[in-house]
Design a binder for this molecule. Structure first.
Ligand SMILES: Nc1ncnc2c1ncn2[C@@H]1O[C@H](COP(=O)(O)OP(=O)(O)OP(=O)(O)O)[C@@H](O)[C@H]1O
Ligand SMILES: [Mg+2]
Length: 425
C-alpha cells in the first residue's frame, strides 16, 4: 500500500471519528485503539506471536512477560471526566501513562485532540506534554526543596514562561485550590490533602487541555478526601477539562465520573455511565465493584497465589532435596519436573528415609499429592478445599505446570476482607 493511500485512509478514519463524536454530542479528545503493553524481554516478539493469546498468568509462567494492557480501545469526549477502575494490577496506571508515553506501549494507537501521539518525534512529544497535558500523581510528586509557589509554577518554568508571569499564574492557581497564603512554605509543612492541592495547582497552572489523574485522592483520610472531591467537582464545573481519572473507589467513581471503564487483567471489560454500570453490570467482576459483593465471589485463585518459598526438582536426589529443605519454612516443599509440571509434595521424612536406605533418587509415587486447582477457580470455591492445617493448594495451568501455591490462610483472609480499601501500593 502506498503512503498516500495510507494517509488518505487515516484522514478518512479521523473524519469518521469526528463525525461519530459530533453525533454523540462532543468532540473526541482521546481516542485509543488496540493498545497493548507487554512488559519484559522480547515484548515485541511475544506480541507478534501466538503467545499473546495466552492469559496473563500463563504468559507470565511461560516467558516471564507481563501483559499489562491487552487490546484496549476507548474514547474520551472533550470535557468528559472518564474514570478508570479496577483491582490492583489491572493496568490502570500503565494505561494512563501510555497515553503520553511515560510508558511506551507495545502496539496500538493513541490520538489526543487528533494528534497521533505514538508517532510523535521526541521533541514534539515534549512540547505536547508541556502544553496540552498535565498529570497528577497519587503521591503528589512535589519537589521537596522548592516552595509551594515554585512547585505550582514548575510546569510553566519547564515550558519557558518568564518568572513574573509564571509566578502570577501560579499564585492565581493556588488561590483556585484554596492555598493562598501558603506560597512560601515548603511542601513538607503541608498536610497530605494540601500537598495534593499543590499537585493539582501545578497540573492546572499550564491550563492543559487534558488532565490525567492517577488515584489523586487515595492516601487521604476519608473526610479530607470527600472534601477534595467536592471542591474538585466545583472546579471542574468552572474549567470543564477533559479528565482521565484513575481510582479503585466505587463511590469516588460514581460521584465524579461521566463514564466509568472497568479494567481487569489489562482489558477493559465494560465502559458505561454510572447508572448503566450499576443497573447492568457486564459480569460478576463488574457486579462486585457495584454491589460491594464479597471478595471471594469475584477474586480467583490467581489473585491469592504466591510463589513457593522453595521448589524441588525431580532430578535432584534425596541429598540435594535435604539441603534445599533446610532453607524452607516448612519440613516439606513442592516438587516439579523438567517442564515445570507439578508432581507433588516432598517431605523431610521421605527424604531422610531415602538417605538412610541409601536410595539415590526420589520416586514421584512416594510424594504426597494435593489435587491442583486452576487459576480461574473462585476463592469462594477454594474454601471447601483447604483447612488451616492442610498443605497449600498447588495452582497449575492446563498443561499441569505449577503456576503458584495458595496458602490456606490466604483463602481465609480473602474471605474475611470486606473490600480492597487501603490496599493501594
Ligand atoms: N515496569 C514494570 N515491569 C513489569 N511489570 C510491570 C511494570 N509496571 C507494571 N507492571 C505490571 O503490569 C500490571 C499492571 O500494573 P499497573 O501498575 O498498571 O496496575 P494498576 O491497575 O495501576 O494497579 P494499582 O491499583 O495497584 O495501582 C501488573 O501486573 C504489574 O505487575
Ligand atoms: Mg496504579
Amino acid at each position: 500500500m502506498s503512503r498516500e493511500t495510507e494517509a488518505g485512509e487515516d484522514r478518512l478514519e479521523s473524519d469518521i471519528a469526528t463525525a461519530d463524536a459530533r453525533a454523540s454530542g462532543g468532540d473526541v479528545a482521546v481516542q485509543v485503539e488496540g493498545l497493548w503493553k507487554i512488559f519484559g524481554r522480547n515484548a515485541d516478539r511475544v506480541f507478534n506471536s501466538d503467545l499473546r493469546q495466552l492469559s496473563k498468568t500463563e504468559l507470565q509462567a511461560k516467558t516471564g512477560n507481563i501483559v499489562a494492557l491487552r487490546d484496549v480501545s476507548f474514547e474520551v469526549k472533550s470535557g468528559e471526566l472518564f474514570v478508570l477502575m479496577g483491582l490492583s494490577g489491572s493496568g490502570k496506571s500503565t494505561l494512563i501513562r501510555t497515553l503520553i508515553r511515560l510508558i511506551e506501549p507495545t502496539a496500538g494507537t493513541v490520538r489526543i485532540d487528533g494528534a497521533d501521539v505514538l508517532s510523535m518525534p521526541p521533541r514534539d512529544l515534549l512540547e505536547f506534554r508541556r502544553h496540552s497535558i498535565s498529570m497528577v500523581f497519587q503521591n503528589y510528586g512535589l519537589l521537596p526543596h522548592h516552595t509551594v509557589l515554585q512547585n505550582a509554577a514548575y510546569g510553566l518554568k519547564l515550558r519557558g514562561d518568564d518568572k513574573d508571569s509564571r509566578e502570577e499564574r501560579a499564585r492565581a492557581t493556588l488561590e483556585t485550590v484554596g492555598l493562598s497564603g501558603w506560597e512560601e512554605y515548603s511542601p513538607a509543612a503541608l498536610s497530605g490533602g494540601m500537598q495534593q492541592r499543590v499537585g493539582l495547582a501545578r497540573a492546572l497552572a499550564t491550563d492543559p487541555d487534558i488532565l490525567l489523574m492517577d488515584e489523586p485522592f487515595s492516601g487521604l483520610d476519608p473526610l479530607i478526601r470527600r472534601q477534595l472531591q467536592d471542591e474538585f467537582i466545583d472546579l471542574q464545573d468552572q474549567i470543564g477539562k477533559t479528565i482521565v481519572f484513575v481510582t479503585h473507589d466505587l463511590h469516588e467513581a460514581l460521584k465524579l465520573g461521566d463514564r466509568i471503564a472497568i479494567m481487569r487483567d489489562g482489558e477493559i471489560v465494560q465502559v458505561a455511565e454510572p447508572e448503566e454500570i450499576l443497573s447492568n453490570p457486564h459480569d460478576d467482576y463488574v457486579r462486585a465493584f457495584t454491589q460491594d459483593a464479597p471478595v471471594a465471589r469475584v477474586y480467583s485463585a490467581s489473585t491469592v497465589m504466591e510463589d513457593p518459598d522453595v521448589l524441588l526438582y525431580r532430578w535432584q536426589g534425596p541429598r540435594a532435596a535435604h539441603t534445599e529443605l533446610a532453607r524452607a519454612k516448612h519440613d516439606w516443599a513442592f516438587m516439579v519436573d523438567k517442564k515445570h509440571r507439578y508432581l507433588g509434595i516432598c517431605t523431610h521424612d521421605l527424604v531422610d528415609g531415602l538417605i538412610e536406605k541409601k536410595v539415590k533418587s526420589i520416586d514421584e509415587n512416594d510424594l504426597d499429592r494435593p489435587e491442583p486447582v486452576s487459576p480461574d477457580v473462585l476463592i469462594e470455591d477454594l474454601f471447601g478445599l483447604v483447612s488451616a492445617e492442610s498443605y497449600p493448594l498447588p495452582v497449575t495451568d492446563d498443561q499441569g505446570r505449577l503456576l503458584g501455591v495458595i496458602r490456606p490462610r490466604a483463602v481465609l483472609e480473602a474471605l474475611h476482607t470486606p473490600e480492597e480499601e487501603g490496599s493501594d501500593a
